[in-house]
Design a binder for this molecule. Structure first.
Ligand code: CO
Length: 154
């Protein structure tokens, strides 16, 4: 495994719509391993392909005991809402409030191309949304929440 350089905001790759992964080979496995190591080293909870210079639909998310490697992920269900602080390894020194679903179900492929589906809540759901946005060239601050106070349990 190796650390990869994290692309910083201002780079055009962060604004690209990424293409789907079609080859489930050793190169993909190595990339996912490197992304995991790079994310942990940077103390993040998620990292997406374009953040390491690869405009492909791949992301890793790690929150507590949950580690996800998502290839071609799609949010197939979402419910509830949460408003909370977000930041990004590609946007150092910046954070803002973003509204996200409280619960999401994500369909994706694993590194071998096997179909997977998982339901996540809270921070894990937030991280999945944030990373999947990266695959469409969307950064968290594009979605800055500017609304008023809302009850957290709604
Ligand atoms: Co990010």
């Amino acid at each position: 495994m190796a650390l990869r350089d994290i692309v910083k905001d201002g780079s055009t790759i962060l604004r690209k719509k990424c293409r789907e992964v079609e080859s489930f080979d050793d190169k993909l496995g190595k990339l996912l391993d490197d992304m995991h190591e790079t994310m942990k080293h940077a103390d993040g909870v998620g990292l997406a392909g374009p953040q390491v210079g690869i405009a492909r639909r791949i992301a890793v998310v790690e929150v507590g005991e949950t580690y996800l490697e998502m290839v071609n992920p799609v949010i197939v269900a979402a419910s509830g809402s949460q408003i909370g602080q977000e930041a990004c390894l590609s946007v150092p020194g910046k954070s803002c409030m973003v509204e996200r679903p409280m619960n999401v179900t994500v369909a994706y492929l694993d590194r071998r191309g096997e179909k997977r589906e998982g339901s996540f809540t809270g921070l894990t759901a937030r991280a999945c949304c944030h990373e999947i946005d990266h695959l469409d060239g969307v950064l968290f601050y594009d979605k800055e929440y500017r609304g008023g106070y809302r009850r957290a349990d709604k």
